[in-house]
Design a protein around this ligand. Structure first.
Ligand SMILES: Cc1cc2nc3c(=O)[nH]c(=O)nc-3n(C[C@H](O)[C@H](O)[C@H](O)COP(=O)(O)O)c2cc1C
Length: 372
């Protein structure tokens, strides 16, 4: 099979025509200051990567009580929306398409990251193992506060507001961060959700918050404006595991199918990130038959693995995280079988252009080589 046909066949996602099936996975980079306002540097970073079929932004918090990291961007103030406008304009001018990822930290946060030092919120008061990065260094995760039943509609509303703000900021769509142990994911797992009301217990009840959030997002511009990301099974860095992955995700996928979404995005377990071993079953194959619509996968894919996923029909789109971070022109490099830049793990979350907008493009490398 010709690789160009597999990776470079256009695809329809929502109301967009993607020129290829290579997606930039959402990646937190913590370069938007303490007030979470994107600027020209962030616009340059995303515009450099606009040959992706689709860009998904870093996780962005919808409300001050939902922040996970210092330097993380937000999407609730006028200034943040104006900052994101710079980004969407730059990407569109460069010919790209971009979705905003909406991210509520839930229990993966800390009072020093939240207004008035409040506790993070979660379905239940279950403390994550491990340590959190805070402005003064590192600390243990605190025990989160269980959301009261009457608060849940207000939290759902945060996702609707953020979607409206994303429309204002010129995004082509939004993605729910339903993965990696953050708030929506922590409702799904019976180990982090111990509730006895209609949001806990059965598969239907544990899926309720997640589905209410997606429906709130869909209410703004329809299903075609909304993608959803999940990371089934376990994500050890954020101390989340599931006991019934093979039951709850088929149910969730069936329910999401009815909403006519832009796509369902599955983060496969990564052997090399967070020391997570491979799942005992193939998560893409588990979910695929239950979701009627576009499916995207990522997680330690290289070119061969990405093509294999497309050829097997496990997914319609393939996303790359670290490879896109380090190679702004990744589609060209994949097409030409060119070598990839090495990923610098030390600059993932550091401020400034270093390790952000200064990864060389193939073209500049060739020009350099010709001069030498
Ligand atoms: C630096 C970094 C930051 C990330 N931040 C996010 C994020 O904000 N939201 C998210 O859904 N996934 C996040 N991820 C996970 C990626 O979207 C992707 O699922 C993962 O890196 C697997 O792809 P890869 O093996 O090609 O890197 C992050 C990954 C990296 C490397």
């Amino acid at each position: 099979m010709n690789i160009d046909i597999q990776l470079f066949t256009p695809a329809k996602v929502g109301n967009l025509e993607l020129p290829n099936r290579i997606v930039m996975a959402p990646m937190t980079r913590n370069r938007t200051g303490d007030r979470g306002i994107p600027d020209e540097l962030n616009a340059e970073y995303y515009a450099q990567r606009s040959t992706a079929g689709l860009i998904i932004t870093e996780g962005t918090y919808p409300h001050p009580t939902s922040r996970a990291y210092t330097g993380q961007p937000g999407i609730y103030t006028d200034e943040q929306v104006a900052g994101w406008r710079l980004v969407t304009n730059a990407v569109h001018q460069a010919g790209g398409r971009i979705f905003l990822q909406i991210h509520h930290a839930g229990r993966i946060s800390h009072p020093s990251l939240l207004p008035d030092g409040i506790l993070p919120v979660a379905p239940s008061a279950v403390r994550p193992k491990g340590e959190v990065h805070i402005p003064s260094g590192k600390d243990k995760y605190p025990t989160p506060r269980a959301l009261e039943l009457k608060e849940i509609p207000q939290v759902v509303e945060m996702f609707r507001n953020a979607t409206e703000r994303a429309v204002e900021a010129g995004f082509d769509g939004v993605e729910l961060h339903g993965a990696n142990g953050y708030l929506p994911h922590s409702f799904l797992s019976s180990l982090t959700n111990l509730r006895t009301d209609e949001y806990g217990g059965s598969v239907e009840n544990r899926s309720r918050f997640f589905l209410e959030v997606v429906k709130a997002m869909v209410s703004v511009r329809g299903g075609q404006y909304v993608g959803v990301k999940v990371s089934p099974w376990k994500f050890l860095p954020h101390d989340i595991e599931e006991t019934d992955t093979q039951v709850i995700y088929p149910y969730l996928a069936q329910q999401l199918s009815d909403l006519d979404l832009a796509y369902l995005h599955i983060q496969l377990p990564m052997v090399t990130f967070g020391n997570q071993p491979n799942a005992p079953f193939d998560l893409a194959k588990l979910i695929r038959p239950h979701f009627k619509g576009v499916m995207m996968v990522d997680g330690s894919l290289d070119k061969e693995a990405a093509i294999a996923r497309l050829e097997a029909g496990d997914a319609d789109l393939v996303a790359f995280g670290r490879a896109f971070l380090a190679n702004p022109d990744l589609p060209q490099r994949l097409r030409e079988n060119a070598a990839l830049n090495e990923v610098d793990y030390n600059t993932f979350y550091t401020p400034g252009a270093n390790g952000y907008t200064d990864y060389p493009m193939l073209q500049s490398l060739l020009t350099l080589a010709r001069k030498e």
